[in-house]
Design a binder for this molecule. Structure first.
Ligand code: ZN
Length: 439
């Protein structure tokens, strides 16, 4: 057995590679090979080294790169795609809140299992199971094309490949890094300059608005004045201390050499290029690729936030723990990404989309092209609004703080609960899987 397979068995369970759907596996391999070719093409004669794809199917939503000897193995789990599909459907489709709750119980159950807390996982699993009839979502709408979902998954692969490319230490990789940071300066000034509010971090008022929508949907009533005041107080102190000129501040951080963060941001940019290019190759548009990358990154951030909440819960931290603040790496990455999308769009208009190629655009160039830039940007903003109204705010401000708390409390009051306390951890794992239909 090869070392990489032993690693996968140990971290994702035996047979994690054997269970992969054959059609999906072929799709991933095709996209992977195509994107590797693009990067090798960009690198010209420079040697990027060896890279290989390992697809698994486990309960682990983490994609990772494992270096063994001189090969970079990119481990990708089919489960990422399933999760993305779900989250995207909740974002783009009208749904009953109970369907979302049922799914969130299951998602948390999974994260508690993966993080090694089977007893808590079982509590959430039981709650999921109890919501009979709410497990299946209504059938998808036409516009949720399968291929577009596939592109979201390719973004995850592309991001890992971008790490492989950047870590090659080649001249081309260094150029990509430099060009990304240079482009960001003008693109960042442009997004500051627009000052429409929609592309900046949500303002407190915007947040209150989507939160009110979520409360109305969940409880059938608008929030009371005092509840709204509490929401405003909490969020004004925790989350909305964003500085003016966000991008300036981030560039300042970058110049102080936060290499890890810089690399993540550059990889997101390189990955978006790769996905756009691949979309065109398979009959979609470059813009489809950008939209899919945007959605994928939003979904990834959502999952990291759920994971942070799950960890806070098992460590008995207050519910507010795991709340994102302005300087959390995820937020900085997201702000950077939104500005870099303007750069990608403008570069694309001028046929210099690859980050290995330099551009010399100034703020004036962005302003001069603003009509086209706004047109590309509008569907992303509307996706974003749906994401907050239908998924995000309910998940974090209502489900985590109220629905899950009272549902689990109620479960613990139940006379049958003592049985759960007497169960071994292995029994808890088996039962959680049965509750969530993972067996
Ligand atoms: Zn990364």
């Amino acid at each position: 057995m090869e070392v990489i397979d032993a690693y996968i068995d140990a971290t994702r369970g035996v047979d994690a590679t054997g269970r992969v759907n054959r059609q999906l596996n072929a799709n991933y391999r095709y996209a992977f090979a195509s994107m590797v070719d693009s990067l090798r093409g960009l690198a010209g004669r420079s040697d990027l080294g060896r890279v290989a794809l390992k697809v698994t199917w486990s309960n682990n939503v983490k994609a990772e790169t494992v270096r063994i000897g001189d090969v970079a193995y990119i481990v990708y789990d089919q489960f990422v795609g399933q999760t993305f599909r779900r989250l995207t459907r909740f974002t783009v489709t009208e749904h009953e809140v109970a369907h979302l709750d049922a799914y969130l119980f299951k998602l948390y159950a999974n994260l508690f299992l993966v993080n090694g807390h089977p007893r808590t996982a079982l509590e959430f699993g039981l709650r999921h199971h109890g919501m009979k009839g709410k497990h299946a979502l209504p059938p998808p709408r036409m516009e949720e094309q399968e291929a577009w979902h596939g592109l979201q998954e390719h973004f995850v692969l592309a991001h890992e490949l971008a790490h492989w490319f950047l870590r090659s230490g080649t001249l081309e990789a260094m150029q990509a890094r430099t060009n990304f940071l240079t482009s960001l300066r003008a693109a960042g000034s442009y997004s500051e300059h627009r000052r429409t509010g929609s592309w900046r971090m949500r303002s407190l008022d915007e947040s209150v608005r989507t939160w009110r929508v979520s409360v109305q949907r969940a409880f059938g009533l608008p929030p009371s004045d005092s509840a709204e005041q509490r929401y405003r107080d909490t969020y004004a102190t925790q989350t909305f201390n964003y500085p003016k000129n966000e991008m300036e501040q981030i560039l300042q951080l970058f110049s102080e050499g936060n290499e890890e963060l810089i690399e993540e941001c550059v990889c997101d940019g390189v990955a978006t290029n790769l996905v756009g290019e691949f979309a065109e190759k398979v009959g979609m548009t470059y813009l489809d690729g950008m939209r899919a990358s945007f959605a994928a990154l939003k979904n990834m951030r959502f999952l990291r936030q759920v994971d942070a909440k799950a960890k806070a819960r098992v460590n008995n931290l207050p519910v507010s723990a795991g709340e994102l603040t302005w300087n959390s790496p995820d937020v900085l990455r997201w702000i950077t990404y939104r500005s870099s999308l303007f750069a990608i769009a403008l570069r694309r208009m001028h046929g210099i989309e690859h980050w290995t190629h330099r551009d010399a655009f100034s703020l004036l160039d962005y302003v001069a092209n603003s009509r086209v830039l706004e047109k590309f940007h509008a569907p992303l903003v509307s996706y974003s609004v749906d994401f907050y109204e239908r998924l995000h705010d309910h998940a974090f401000d209502i489900f985590t703080k109220f629905i899950a708390v009272s549902a689990i409390e109620e479960l613990r009051q139940d006379p049958g609960y003592r049985k759960i306390n007497d169960m071994t951890l292995t029994q808890c794992i088996i039962m959680t899987k049965a509750c969530c239909s993972w067996v």
